[in-house]
Design a protein around this ligand. Structure first.
Ligand code: GUN
Length: 293
């Protein structure tokens, strides 16, 4: 279909660029390393971390996953992070969210050395992004959406962008990226959330609509101005008695009805998901480059 934004193809271009950077680092005697930390047995996190680790290895990045029991205390996890911060093997550290309830995620993200914070969750990197300082790390999913827009030729300067969702991982950093002064940003950004009034009216004014609130198939044709670019960040598991296992994954966009009226649209799967991994590995290459004299 002509209006699809092919996240797999764009991610693959970025992987090629990253593997060239990894090769250059190896020639300089640096083997980029990315360590994953997973706490407990959340099934989705197992799948995500498995995919990220496999792709890291394919690109020549040294990777390892440390799995801790669900009952791990915050102090134990902090001790591990301090050890990984001090270990020169690792240029990137990724602590997979969500974490069990006895652990405060914000404390954990703030404990990762900001130079190894390839997730872009450390307050220093969050602050740099907001200030428009390109020296930090940008969270992978919104960075991936930004690259999708750029590499699909979507004009961003002056565009009305509506973001559905204000989470720390996607909505807030997405707004910070697109509102910056710059050739590939300069958008007028509206962030809608659960307390917003007149959501449909906001959305219908969007030239670029980014759905990241985690409500299955929330965005229907009523939300979309014909010709708008629609980006679906949602990953929602819903019951489906006809599917193997009795559930299936759907996005935040009712793709089949929105696709015919959208100017461009991401499929889901195959849109934003592959880009998250691509940006993570690009961030890891960058962390290694910055650590290599
Ligand atoms: N959980 C869902 N998305 C992410 C992500 O981008 N990074 C981490 N660490 N955990 C997540």
């Amino acid at each position: 279909m002509q209006n699809l934004i092919d996240g797999r193809a764009i991610a693959s271009q970025i992987h090629t660029e990253t593997s060239q950077r990894v090769a250059a680092l190896l020639q300089r005697g640096c083997r980029p390393g990315l360590v994953f930390v997973r706490v407990g047995e959340d099934p989705a996190s197992q799948v995500y971390v498995g995919m990220k680790e496999r792709k890291s290895r394919e690109l020549g990045i040294h990777s390892e996953t440390i799995v801790l029991p669900a009952a791990t205390t915050q102090t134990e996890l902090l001790t591990l992070i301090h050890r990984l911060n001090a270990d020169p093997t690792w240029h990137g550290i990724l602590v997979q969210a969500p974490l069990p309830p006895q652990i405060d995620s914000a404390t954990i993200f703030a404990a990762v050395d900001p130079r190894k914070d390839v997730d872009g969750f450390h307050p220093l990197n969050v602050g740099r992004l907001l200030l428009g300082d390109s020296g930090g790390f940008v969270p992978c999913t919104p960075a991936g959406v930004h690259e999708l827009l750029i590499r699909s030729g979507v004009p961003i300067p002056g565009a009305n962008v509506v973001i559905l969702g204000r989470g720390n991982i996607v909505g807030k950093p997405m707004a910070a990226i697109l509102v910056q002064k710059g050739r590939t940003a300069n958008a007028t950004v509206t962030v809608c959330h659960s307390a917003s009034r007149d959501i449909v009216d906001h959305c219908r004014r969007a030239d670029i609509l980014i759905a990241a609130m985690g409500v299955p198939r929330f965005v229907t044709t009523a939300f979309v101005k014909p010709g708008a670019v629609v980006i679906d960040v949602g990953v929602n598991r819903i019951p489906d008695p006809t599917a193997p296992g009795g559930t299936r994954l759907v996005g935040d966009v009712a793709f089949d009805e929105v696709q015919p009226i959208a100017g461009k649209i991401t499929p889901n799967p195959g849109g934003v998901g592959p880009m998250t991994i691509a940006m993570l590995l690009a961030n890891t290459a960058r962390a290694a480059e910055l650590a290599t004299p």
